[in-house]
Design a protein around this ligand. Structure first.
Ligand SMILES: [Mg+2]
Length: 212
């Protein structure tokens, strides 16, 4: 029986089409150019390389260039989220109907995650925030992130369901025995890599209730 739901935040609890992640992604590139002196025409290549080898741009910059991770996170998330997000009453209603405990499991900082959930009007549904600081910068899909989260939850892996728009983030959850859901939303930035680890595939976050 599923007792706990782990929700990814970005491009999962709101759609990729909102445009919020585009601005954050631009700010990641801007940080590399203006703060680290990376040539503008090489940023995309370096970020793809970090994505493949380390999972995220932050993880790559942290390991290879020893950046101040907190300064980076502050810079890239200094975005007015209300510009992109509005209260989502169907999401609010669906979350209210689901009896399971709910947490956010995100590679973003909790301070930003709270602002996002507040803008969506759904903050009250979430009991815990497993954010990049909780993960000690070992972001998804690093297996240690999942071990940390599971150790903090009052649930076994087989009682957890995890939802993420980045399919490869589901692999470690699946290996631990969680039920996994890939949100294959329009505008998915990462393609289908890892989709074989998804027990279910949904097109919008509103389909979660149907699975449960
Ligand atoms: Mg996401």
């Amino acid at each position: 029986m599923i007792k706990h739901i782990l929700f990814d935040l970005d491009d999962t609890l709101y759609p990729a089409s909102a445009g919020l992640m585009q601005e954050i992604s631009q700010r990641m590139s801007e940080y590399m150019v203006t703060r680290l002196g990376v040539p503008a025409d090489d940023v995309d290549r370096q970020r793809k390389d970090y994505w493949a080898r380390y999972g995220t741009t932050l993880r790559g910059l942290y390991i290879e260039r020893q950046i101040d991770a907190q300064a980076y996170l502050d810079f890239v998330h200094a975005v007015r989220v209300e510009k992109y997000l509005q209260p989502d009453s169907p999401l609010d209603a669906m979350l209210a109907r689901l009896p399971q405990h709910k947490s956010v499991f995100t590679n973003s900082p909790a301070e930003y995650a709270r602002r996002v959930l507040r803008a969506l009007g759904v903050e009250k549904h979430f009991a815990a925030f497993f954010d990049i600081n909780f993960l000690a910068y070992a972001s998804k899909p690093n297996p240690s992130a999942y071990d940390r989260v599971l150790a903090a939850l009052p649930a076994r892996a087989d009682e957890c369901l995890m939802i993420d728009d980045t399919a490869r983030n589901l692999a470690p959850a699946k290996k631990l025995g969680m039920t996994t859901v890939w949100l294959d939303g329009a505008g998915n930035r990462y393609g289908a890599e890892g989709r074989e680890y998804a027990d279910f595939v949904i097109a919008t976050i509103y389909d979660v209730a149907r699975i449960l």
